[in-house]
Design a protein around this ligand. Structure first.
Ligand SMILES: Cc1cc2nc3c(=O)[nH]c(=O)nc-3n(C[C@H](O)[C@H](O)[C@H](O)COP(=O)(O)OP(=O)(O)OC[C@H]3O[C@@H](n4cnc5c(N)ncnc54)[C@H](O)[C@@H]3O)c2cc1C
Length: 443
């Protein structure tokens, strides 16, 4: 697992499945012997839900990526994001997805998939054309708009591990835009509230081709208010788009970068792997030359629908500032991802991903380096989430949060009832079960 927090969970066995038939055999064996199972792709579940004390059904040996004709690609359920970006990128196409290079395509897609090209091309799950998956009865089925359409709908944001074990995905892919530019602006912490306030209005005025986030960061070495992003266009147009943001903040940036990049370099930079090879841009457990490190962190998430009032902005900034008193030395962050564009052009009920009216997603993270979570860090995260709760709603199912009480409605909102129906029809015995799996009846 990516997160060291879950190192104490020891499965009875891990089956490294190389074919859909292997997965079918594992499911049949586990059912016959009453063994609990968990599917695992990239192993990045925030709740450790791809581990189980029973059988882990690992799909990483099904990681082939084939670019087809007609703007589609077939991706094995065990592929890591950096391999997807690299293979597709070398064929001149892209699939919108997240930044972390070692996240698995399966968990990312099934729970939505937020990334730097989503405002332009939609969530990862919006680009899904079909899935091949093994159900609880051991059958191998295809789900698409024309075959098992309810199951397909549920796979577009209903969350990993709920309905069956996906063995491969077919996606629509997009030609790489001719120009890509990146930017980073760091502002003095004294202007943090104004930066977030200006950013949340600015993102409603910019082209869909411009994705950005606003990062309020704290650590033992200080505080930073950063706006960064990726633009599918040239640096001249990017500078023009940034001008209103810069003039709305009453402090000059302490650091300003605007520059052109190739698509693949941009993805490596976003992944934190600038200058590395594809093999190096993995964990050592994933590739022999992998150089990346695992992490120990906890996170909570929510959404901003209407722009934050000044009280809401103040609550956010105070929460970040307080981190170093409550949990000194912990890496604390409130990360705002811009929504809008193609993400919000899809109706909330059209896919299982319900959060289509968000202005921004918020992720609150606490990173303590290694080992188990210090209680001070957990207290800070809980307090921060509670301080901003009056101004926010919902939670992102891919930032799955074991401490969230009303998780069913927070993740799925008005789509929960339909998801429960799909679950009851494909997995009536609740074989695919974990602490926050979709139940077979509404509670
Ligand atoms: C460092 C980091 C960065 C991240 N960045 C982003 C980001 O930029 N954008 C974003 O949207 N998300 C991001 N995420 C969240 C990520 O999308 C989720 O954690 C996702 O669930 C991880 O998928 P995985 O396959 O790597 O994880 P896993 O732990 O393998 O799986 C996650 C869930 O899906 C289930 N699952 C796994 N494989 C299958 C399968 N084949 N069939 C059915 N169910 C399966 C598991 O049982 C588990 O419940 C990030 C996570 C981390 C840790």
């Amino acid at each position: 697992m990516f997160n060291e927090q879950f190192d104490g969970i020891n499965p009875a066995a891990i089956a490294f499945c190389a074919t859909p038939t292997d997965v079918q055999r594992c499911v049949g064996f586990a059912r016959d012997h009453g063994i609990t199972v968990a599917a695992r792709s990239g192993g990045h579940s925030y709740g450790g839900y791809s581990l189980s004390s029973g059988l882990v059904i690992d799909v990483t040996r099904m990681a082939g990526i084939t670019v087809g004709s007609g703007s589609t690609a077939v991706v094995g359920a065990g592929a890591h994001l950096i391999d997807v970006y690299d293979t597709l990128g070398n064929a001149g196409v892209l699939l919108p997805g997240g930044s972390c290079p070692t996240v698995g395509i399966a968990g990312l897609t099934l729970g939505g998939g937020i990334g730097v090209f989503d405002r332009l091309f939609g969530l990862t799950c919006d680009n899904l054309r079909s899935v091949e998956m093994v159900l609880a009865d051991g059958s191998l089925v295809t789900a698409s708009p024309g075959a098992n359409p309810d199951l397909f709908w549920a796979c577009q944001g209903g969350g990993g591990g709920n309905f069956g074990i996906v063995t491969s995905f077919e996606f629509g892919v997009h030609p790489i835009p001719p120009d890509i530019s990146l930017f980073t602006l760091d502002f003095p912490w004294t202007a943090a509230q104004e930066v977030l306030g200006a950013w949340q209005h600015w993102i409603t005025t910019i082209p869909d081709a411009l994705w950005s986030n606003c990062q309020l960061l704290a650590s033992g070495s200080g505080f930073n208010a950063r706006v960064a992003g990726v633009f599918a266009g040239d640096t001249g147009a990017l500078s023009t788009a940034l001008a209103p943001l810069l003039s709305a903040v009453p402090a000059a940036p302490t650091y300003r970068f605007v520059g052109p990049e190739s698509y693949l370099n941009a993805m490596f930079i976003e992944a934190g792997c600038e200058g590395q090879s594809v093999g190096e841009c993995h964990l050592p457990t994933q590739t022999p030359d992998g150089t990346l490190s695992r992490s120990a962190f906890a996170a909570k998430s929510t959404f901003v629908v209407d722009p934050l009032s000044s009280a809401g902005l103040g609550a956010v900034v105070n929460a970040v500032t307080s981190s170093q008193q409550v949990a000194p030395g912990v890496g604390a962050a409130f990360l705002f991802d811009s929504y809008g564009g193609s993400i919000n052009a899809v109706a909330p009920s059209a896919t299982a991903f319900v959060h289509r009216n968000a202005l921004a997603g918020i992720q609150m993270t606490a990173n303590w380096g290694s080992g188990s979570e210090p209680s001070s860090s957990a207290s800070w995260l809980a307090q921060g989430a509670s301080d901003v709760a009056p101004y926010t709603s919902g939670a992102y199912q891919n930032y799955i949060d074991p401490t969230l009480s009303d998780w069913q409605r927070a993740y799925y909102g008005a789509n929960l009832a339909r998801l429960v129906k799909v679950k009851a029809s494909v997995d009536p015995d609740d074989f695919f079960h974990f602490a926050q799996s979709i139940p077979t009846t509404l509670r």
